[in-house]
Design a protein around this ligand. Structure first.
Ligand code: PBG
Length: 326
């Protein structure tokens, strides 16, 4: 027999002892459920994201109520805007009677306790498919875009959004949005900044869901280079300084080092977004019978929590909440 003073397996020998030693908990209260909405009367399966739907307003309200019943207390909304409403100036984004604004009001009327997160970026409304305004020569305009984002955030706040989430990666937008919200009397509306949003191939299926892919070029002049970690510290320092209440890393699974880094270096809560490509990798492997779907989903979420995220955006939110129990 080995003469070992330390036998780590003693701490794993029963479910009761493992429970005492567990460092990380995953619960429905950590989950944010991203939902797609369109201006039609029916709910539609999304071809590029099997298992997700583009909801009608009624369908959306019902889905939020069901998810809430299971313990999900936050949702994030993404609109599929009719092509006819898309313009180079993306003006529809601040139409108080626009799709997202109506969706927020409908959810708040039916499930007032659910926190509603709205995305601040121009891509669903922009005929160019970019998060910012595009100049004649193809450059993405920063300061001009920020002015429109402020209008968008204000319109979402007027509709009743609890948290606005700028996902555009323009410089200075968090500070400008904070100032616009405060001046507009929305001091309690929070900002969840997409702080370290990488120019990732994992967003492909999402752009299919909203038909929001850039018409020309890519997003590399505003989203971050996947090779960079120190740059995330710089972005986070700016966002916190400008008034971000929470900061986000996106994607999540391939960027857990960034989640851990920001959680260690900053004292604001860190969120992580398990994006459409991560969702589909699990969905497709499970559909082929190659992995145990429930176990892999829960493990993927636990890993994101363990890395340091207090909140996780995941298309599995409702199902996971059902498995975890409220
Ligand atoms: C748009 C936005 C994107 C996602 C969330 N907000 C796409 C992009 O930046 O191209 C991706 C989410 C996902 O892939 O699940 N500003």
């Amino acid at each position: 027999m080995l003469d070992l003073p330390q036998r780590p397996r003693r701490n794993r020998q029963s479910a009761a002892i493992r429970g005492l030693c567990r460092e990380t908990a995953l619960s429905p209260g950590s989950l944010i459920y991203p939902l797609f909405v369109h201006d039609r009367d029916t709910d539609e399966e999304i071809a590029s994201m099997p298992g997700c739907r583009r909801w009608s307003l009624d369908g959306l309200v019902g889905e939020v109520a069901e998810a809430h019943q299971l313990g999900v207390r936050a949702v994030a909304l993404f609109p599929a805007v009719d092509d006819a409403l898309k313009t180079p100036g993306a003006e529809e984004c601040h139409n108080d009677d626009g799709l997202v604004q109506r969706a927020v009001r409908a959810i708040k009327a039916d499930s007032p306790e659910v926190a509603v997160v709205t995305d601040v970026a121009l891509d669903p409304y922009n005929s160019d498919g970019h998060d910012g305004l595009v100049a004649g020569d193809g450059r993405i305009l920063n300061d001009e875009t920020v002015a429109v984002l402020c209008e968008q955030a204000l319109s979402q706040a007027r509709a009743g959004a609890d948290i606005v989430a700028p996902s555009d990666m323009m410089d200075g937008r968090v500070g400008a949005i904070r100032q616009a919200l405060d001046e507009g009397g929305f001091r309690s509306v929070s900002i969840l900044s997409y702080t370290a949003k990488y120019a990732s191939a994992y967003y492909g299926p999402f752009r299919g869901a909203l038909d929001s892919a850039p018409k020309a070029g890519d997003k590399k002049t505003y989203q971050m280079d996947p090779a960079n970690a120190r740059e995330a510290l710089r972005e986070a320092a700016l966002d916190v300084d400008e008034g971000a209440d929470m900061i986000m890393v996106k994607p999540a699974g391939p960027y857990l080092d960034i989640v851990a880094l920001l959680a260690a270096e900053f004292d604001v809560p860190v969120a992580a977004y398990q994006v459409s490509g991560e969702y589909l990798m699990i969905q497709s492997a499970a559909a082929a019978g190659w992995v145990d779907r429930e176990k892999v989903i829960l493990e993927s979420l636990l890993g994101i929590r363990r890395a340091g995220a207090s909140a996780i955006l995941t298309y599995f939110a409702k199902e996971a909440a059902g498995w975890l129990g409220a």
